[in-house]
Design a protein. Structure first.
Length: 217
């Protein structure tokens, strides 16, 4: 069973998502929170596999709550999926930077929601190639920050190539084909990059690629 918690300040939204989750035999709702502070406390108490976290909540918002959960070593197994009204919400990138494993819009189809929870619980990022591209473009058009190359200086040239392709949304298989290597070698490169830069999943690798200037714009 995959344990799921929901954090949203609207009771009707929480009830709707709860009903969708409980319709699946392999998903179990372990609690609800109405703001970020409650969400962090719930995560510490119930240790869910996945937290569905609204961005905009009173008091402690979803971004800060995500940051606190990710920073807690006792919650290393907890993954956060951000809930947003708009796919290109201005705070989505900041949520990914804070450690979210991906995001969903609140009008997500029931089957897509349930499969998304399973995907994140397995340790994968919830960023499809098309969505990743839009996040890249949105960040590139609004960010004025100077790229921080120190984030990737420890990576070999080949690892930097792989990281740039991860930021494009390519799978390990597609990276292998692009760079003429085996899928296992591509997977090994991705795993080593995660270790070197301290990323929890591919979503955070995308963030690193942005911040370092490796992501194509």
């Amino acid at each position: 069973m995959i344990a799921v918690a929901i954090a949203d300040d609207q009771a009707l939204v929480r009830a709707g998502f709860a009903a969708l989750l409980e319709a699946a035999d392999d998903l179990r709702l372990v609690g609800e929170a109405s703001d970020g502070e409650e969400a962090v406390a719930l995560a510490r108490r119930a240790r869910p596999d996945v937290v569905l976290m609204d961005i905009r909540m009173p008091g402690v918002d979803g971004i800060e709550a995500t940051r606190r959960i990710v920073a807690d070593p006792d919650l290393a197994g907890v993954r956060v999926v951000i809930l947003t009204t708009y796919e290109l919400d201005e705070y989505v990138f900041e949520a990914l930077r804070a450690g979210a494993s991906g995001f969903l819009t609140k009008d997500v189809e029931p089957d897509v929601l349930r499969q998304a929870v399973r995907t994140v619980a397995e340790g994968h990022a919830l960023l499809s190639p098309s969505v990743t591209r839009r996040v890249v473009d949105a960040f590139a058009s609004t960010s004025r920050a100077t790229p921080d190359r120190s984030l990737v200086e420890q990576l070999s040239p080949r690892e930097q190539e792989v990281l740039a392709l991860v930021a494009e949304g390519l799978s390990n298989q597609e990276i292998a084909e692009r760079l003429h290597m085996s899928p296992l070698t591509a997977k090994t490169h991705v795993s080593r990059i995660m270790q070197k830069v301290g990323a929890r999943d591919r979503a955070q690798l995308v963030v690193v690629a942005f911040q370092s200037g490796l992501a194509a714009t």
